[in-house]
Design a protein around this ligand. Sequence first.
Ligand code: PLP
Length: 452
Amino acid sequence: MSQTKFVLQEKEMPRQWYNIMADMPRLPAPPLHPGTLQPCGPDDLKPIFPMSLIEQEVTAQRWIDIPEEVMKIYSLWRPSPLYRAHRLEAALKTPARIYYKYEGVSPAGSHKPNTSVPQAYYNSKAGIKRIATETGAGQWGSALALAGSFFGIEVNVYMVKVSYNQKPYRRIAMETWGAKVHASPTNLTESGRKVLSADPDSPGSLGIAISEAVEEAASRSDTNYALGSVLNHVCLHQTIIGQECKKQLELAGDYPDVIIGCSGGGSNLAGLSFPFLLDKINGKKLRVVAAEPSSCPTLTKGEFRYDFGDLAGLTPYMMMYTLGHDFVPPGIHAGGLRYHGESPLVSQLCHDGLIEAAAWGQTEIFEAALQFARTEAIIPAPESAHAIKSAIDEALKAKEEGKERVILFSLSGHGNFDMQAYADYLGGKLTDYAYPEEKIKEALSRLPKIPA
Ligand SMILES: *Cc1c(COP(=O)(O)O)cnc(C)c1O
């Protein structure tokens, strides 16, 4: 049997992030100030982000050095392994060769520390002592709690109340790394108090939690805000994944025909695919596929237009695929994919035909997750299972066509904290939500008409 695991030495780790804004055919339209509708300048973002990250948000410089302190922390779990899925291939009887890059080896169990660590680093350099953030299921909150512990930054997490009560283990992980976790809505902020006075039993939502965190960051000079996906600097930090992967595939003597990532805000897909998209822009033939839930189908059913990043409308308008900022997706187990919008970079690349999208239902992605766990051993995060489902689909198409195909996907995290989801699936209690067409139509109809 040929090789299964492709490992790089620590000294072979890429020392720069790749910025696709240097090469993409058309740059994304700028974010707009919600009051003036003028492009946002650094001054608009300074109250909540350090200048170094604001610069990374807008620069067109192709390669950006990874600070030495960040490299040291990355090396605790990076380079992450690339695997060839021999057993899954055999089970599918496919002529395709399937590879996956596994980001679940980070202490938080996902790709998110690739950005939480540099974000905490740049904030600490700027003299920031506290960071406020939101978390849904807890993956971003735990990644930032971990990063804060390295730099002596106090992390204040607004965790959506239903998740706070239903998913205690991620909360305990955050507290173990030293973060403070609040069940949102809280009475600590104006936004929270407003929601509670209208509905004392509010279960909370990601939109409310973002408003609370942004409000805290904007009103305290020692406190900044951090976002775990969507923004350009987040996608930038994640490109360490794709660059490592290129070297590992060289060891394997292969090059991908199809690259797949699940897509919530777009950052793990961006991280794996952008370094390969550089080759595509330079003439290489390959496809990039974003795998999303059919109940929150941002790229497959959304519109490409300006919208807010949050429910309360505190963020700038961003040009992106969106389902409408007040669309509340059904409560699927892949909590990390329940976002109404999409990274402006991924959106633009999708709009220009460099990225395509596929949508999958909740039951079929858990079927794929089980087939994966029973062949490749790792129990995947429900989010990552969307990428697995797409990869299996591509492998079966290759089999039908009787063609070889090299498939590469991002296994963005493990599912060890998602046992309730697996229990529901195994117990036959999992609901398949219909595509919420009417609700999306309504949410989109409430969007302001801003010309692109
Ligand atoms: C947060 C998360 C995602 C979704 O976020 P992206 O920015 O789209 O990558 C996917 N997988 C895992 C394991 C996550 O924690």
